[in-house]
Ligand binder design. Sequence first.
Ligand SMILES: NC(=O)c1ccc[n+]([C@@H]2O[C@H](COP(=O)([O-])OP(=O)(O)OC[C@H]3O[C@@H](n4cnc5c(N)ncnc54)[C@H](OP(=O)(O)O)[C@@H]3O)[C@@H](O)[C@H]2O)c1
Length: 247
Amino acid sequence: MNKVFITGASSGIGEYLAYAYAKQGYFIGLVARRKDRLDQVAIQCTELGGQTKVYPLDVLNDVECKSAIADFIALPGEMDTVYANAGVGSPDGLSSGSADKMNHVLSVNILGVTNTVMPFIPHFKEIRNGKIAIISSVASFRGLAHHAAYSGSKAAVRNMSQGWGTALHKHGISFTAVCPGFIKSEMTGDNEFPMPFLMETKVAAQKIIRAVNRRKKVFIFPWQMKYFLVPLIKCAPDWLIRILGFA
Ligand SMILES: NC(=O)c1ccc[n+]([C@@H]2O[C@H](COP(=O)([O-])OP(=O)(O)OC[C@H]3O[C@@H](n4cnc5c(N)ncnc54)[C@H](OP(=O)(O)O)[C@@H]3O)[C@@H](O)[C@H]2O)c1
């Protein structure tokens, strides 16, 4: 049986990734802080044909991450894919006089990824196979006004994914930096601004899995974001960004 490990599995993209793998009969490691939500996702996965083990933990806790990952690797089955998906987004709070909010975003979105990915590397090297998906964002392509810690964290992990992929290619390990546009989830649920090309979570999960299985290095979607918005925000001058309402 193939095994997949998913952080941020208690809601949104991670939850729907879990359901999609459950339908394929995978053994799924479900990680997040909210145990009650993870338990509900686990029940649903079992009904869909998968098996699960729930790991209620904070991805900032490197000791708990290491121990959960060692436990999951030791379970029967072949380790197939890891999703470093857990993430948070909040405004920088530029006038608050405190770095607390942005430090939290930077920590969860960057250290949460290293704490998830690194403990798997020795095992994947040993079996000479493994797929690792790191959830970045289209926001990684420009420093966003008022959400610069978020866009910066997503740029950091996209770059880390690229570097690790280059270094570990010879060991059969692939890295996919997944850069979604707007996807329906708890994170986007309260957004009051327009979200162009907003995608259903289930559809997003299917697209992500396809790209990761194809071992794509960077996956930007939906296509409108890839071909129009990302090229635009990469090179647009600040005055245009302001007119477009991104600041
Ligand atoms: N939705 C979008 O439009 C969009 C676009 C681009 C990128 N993304 C990225 O996609 C990923 C998933 O987000 P989502 O949209 O599915 O939002 P979501 O529904 O808010 O999911 C975030 C997940 O991360 C978990 N999480 C947050 N902090 C954690 C921590 N310290 N330790 C362990 N788990 C933690 C949450 O679970 P608990 O609260 O239970 O811990 C939850 O399961 C994030 O990395 C996000 O930045 C989303």
